[in-house]
Design a protein around this ligand. Structure first.
Ligand SMILES: Nc1ncnc2c1ncn2[C@@H]1O[C@H](COP(=O)(O)OP(=O)(O)OP(=O)(O)O)[C@@H](O)[C@H]1O
Ligand SMILES: [Mg+2]
Length: 358
């Protein structure tokens, strides 16, 4: 056994946030300090295989996560980032969980738990014995009769998925402290302290998750399969170039091209419009059902790094739009400053997991 002096300093009060996406794994290590949590390490691995062969994603939407490969990738990352902590918090993709927002009379938490035990099954599309359920109080409001009710977010995850994650972390030599759906992490890191309802659009590779959150709590969610991968696809077929080249062009030029390059934007805009339509649908649903107004939009996920996307969303949505600033309440080594802007939307989920613990 080697002696690691960092372990002594950071050991028990640092945590790993692990975000296993469809095409990448992101790991951050956050250290608890007297002041802001400190980002000691971060790392990500992207699997490019998925670009050529769609079935080669780390995680497909049918959740056939490649167990062995994920274990190897995790081990590799912990080794490479020289993380001293073995305590991990991980996220589950939104599509692996079923979430519903319910209203119930105000009552002590213990009673809510009991009632959830009986009532959950009417809201969950799977046999209750095969899922793990959890609930969170996300707010209070007055119902039509003027009575105060509590809003409860009910989350259920198939047991099969939970045990898969437990196995992966165990095999990778990590101690899995908590597992949560990624929407909860995103809401925590991006909206803590924001009292207004905020719409968050997490544009990943295979899917875009749409969340409505307030003061760190997730209240509503939706999803579409149009995402970063669709943008690359459309460039590839539109310009008749290889997927890899299309991916590079997308990242390099985004929506900012002029003249001959304007073609890129023309190809991508219809896809962005499909995403925006879905976002608007979720927004309308929420505003109608809960009689509350969304006041701003935050773009997150790798797709939020598309040059010009902020302006485009703002133009189409008539709401203020910002790119996620996940590191705003986290301290980090000064050398990282030049890349912070790009890392911000990318590490949202992993950081949200980390701050759960520190
Ligand atoms: N600079 C950039 N410009 C445009 N797109 C980018 C840029 N950087 C990354 N992306 C895109 O972001 C996507 C990856 O984002 P992210 O890492 O959030 O996905 P993921 O979490 O692996 O996927 P998912 O959330 O669907 O499981 C890819 O489609 C990639 O092309
Ligand atoms: Mg993701």
């Amino acid at each position: 056994m080697s002696f690691n002096f960092l372990e002594k300093i950071f050991g028990s009060n640092s945590y790993l946030g692990v975000d296993i996406g469809t095409t990448s794994i992101k790991v951050i290590e956050l250290v608890k300090t007297k002041g802001l949590p400190f980002l000691r390490n971060y790392g990500f691995l992207e699997s490019y295989g998925h670009l050529e062969r769609p079935n080669n994603a780390i995680q497909t939407s049918s959740l056939k996560m490649l167990e062995n490969e994920t274990v190897e990738l995790l081990k590799l990352m912990v080794r490479h980032t020289k993380s001293s902590s073995r305590n991990a918090i991980a996220s589950l993709p939104s599509f692996s969980a079923f979430t519903t927002l319910l209203e119930m009379p105000l009552m002590p938490d213990g009673d809510t738990t009991k009632i959830m035990g009986f009532q959950a099954k009417q809201y969950i599309p799977l046999p209750i014995s095969s899922v793990t359920i959890d609930w969170l109080r996300v707010g209070e409001k007055k119902n039509e009769n003027g009575d105060k009710v509590q809003q409860i977010l009910l989350v259920s995850v198939p047991n099969e998925i939970i045990s898969k994650y437990k196995n992966i972390f165990k095999a990778a030599g990590l101690n899995l402290l908590a597992l949560e759906i990624e929407g909860l992490s995103v809401a925590r890191i991006l909206t803590s302290g924001i009292k207004e309802d905020t719409l968050i659009v997490d544009i990943g590779s295979r899917s875009t998750s749409i969340y409505i959150a307030q003061d760190g709590n997730l209240k509503f969610s939706g999803q579409t399969d149009f995402a970063g991968g669709s943008l690359t696809q459309t460039i590839s077929s539109g310009l008749n170039i290889r997927i890899r080249r299309a991916e590079d062009l997308k990242k390099m030029r985004g929506l900012t091209g002029t003249g001959g390059e304007y073609e890129l934007s023309t190809l991508m805009m219809p896809i962005l419009d499909v995403i925006i339509n879905e976002v608007e649908r979720v927004r309308n649903n929420f505003e109608k059902n809960y009689n509350e107004k969304i006041t701003s939009v935050i773009l997150s996920g790798g797709g939020a790094n598309l040059l010009g996307i902020e302006k485009y969303f703002e133009g189409q949505m008539s709401l203020p739009v910002k790119i996620a600033n996940s590191l705003s309440k986290i301290s980090y080594p000064p050398e990282m400053e030049p890349i912070i802007k790009e890392l911000n939307p990318y590490l949202t989920v992993a950081l949200g997991l980390g701050v759960k613990q520190v």
